[in-house]
Design a protein around this ligand. Structure first.
Ligand code: FE2
Length: 269
């Protein structure tokens, strides 16, 4: 089966990039399932009900989150009733929402887990110690399990990839908004990338207007972050998974943008 994982969607430019590029990607890769990290999809912070609906309408089947999950306060009102939206599974017990879910499409059931790292992020439960019982329980339902590891430190992400090698179909890093050049299938059939990148305004600092961030580095003064605009990009990965075994056959990084100017990156095939 073919799964597209869309990297962190930032604000309106990110949503517009999904709308613009998903139809072509669906056709090119014959996609069975589309998952997206949406923790910054509303105004660059958090996720509202309307934004979630908009992304489903564009053809995204399942949404994952991260450390910005609670930034739009309304989410606590609807996350408990959502079966296509998950937040990190290592939040303490009793927190709204769920950390894993299943989606069945084209007769194939896929399990999805969202996890948060702990280095330079909130000190949630240890993702390494809590993940194995969850995977074992989900493996009763399907061999296809995709993990979105929303984390900052490359060491923590690489370590989790190796730790889950052979236990899940893919470990996909999110949160840093810069696509890393290490996509590969590990030797026991787990597809891995340290970070899938960012879907949003290309000529920005991680999605924010670059002038604001540069000024912040120059002055150390507090500043209100605003989502940039301009050229829109979509980043992500396409996974090819053997649906019988859950093992990954390939992982292909995806980069699309609508820029016509200097510095345009080559489009991936
Ligand atoms: Fe994040």
């Amino acid at each position: 089966m073919k799964i597209l994982f869309i990297a962190d969607i930032v604000g309106r430019p990110g949503r517009e990039a999904v709308a613009a590029f998903l139809p072509e990607l669906r056709k090119t890769y014959q996609l069975d399932l589309v998952i997206a990290n949406a923790e910054n999809a509303s105004h660059g912070r958090g996720l509202t009900r309307d934004t979630a609906t908009e992304l489903y309408d564009y053809g995204v089947n399942f949404l994952t989150m991260g450390n910005h999950v609670w930034d739009q306060k309304d989410i606590v009102k609807f996350i408990d009733n959502e079966n296509k939206l998950i937040r990190p599974a290592n939040y303490p017990r009793g927190v709204p929402g769920k950390g894993y879910g299943f989606v069945s499409l084209n007769g194939i059931k896929t399990g999805i887990i969202n996890l948060s790292g702990r280095i330079f992020l909130q000190p949630l439960d240890n993702p390494f110690t809590m993940i194995i019982p969850l995977i074992n329980a989900m493996a009763q339902e399907t061999p296809i399990i995709i993990v979105d590891f929303h984390a900052e430190a490359t060491s923590e992400k690489v370590a989790l990839g190796w730790f889950l090698n052979g236990k899940v179909s893919a470990v996909i890093g999110t949160h840093t908004h810069i696509q890393t050049a290490d996509a590969r299938v590990l030797n026991q059939g787990t597809a891995y990338i340290t970070d899938a990148g960012m879907t949003g305004p290309r000529d920005s600092v991680l999605g924010v207007k670059k002038e604001i961030i540069i000024n912040n580095f120059l002055t150390q003064m507090p500043a209100r972050f605003e989502v940039a605009d301009g050229v829109h990009q979509l980043n992500g990965v396409v996974l090819d998974i053997d649906e019988k075994t859950g093992k990954a056959r390939s992982i292909q990084p995806i980069q699309r943008d609508n820029g016509e100017t200097e510095g345009r990156r080559p489009l991936s095939p």
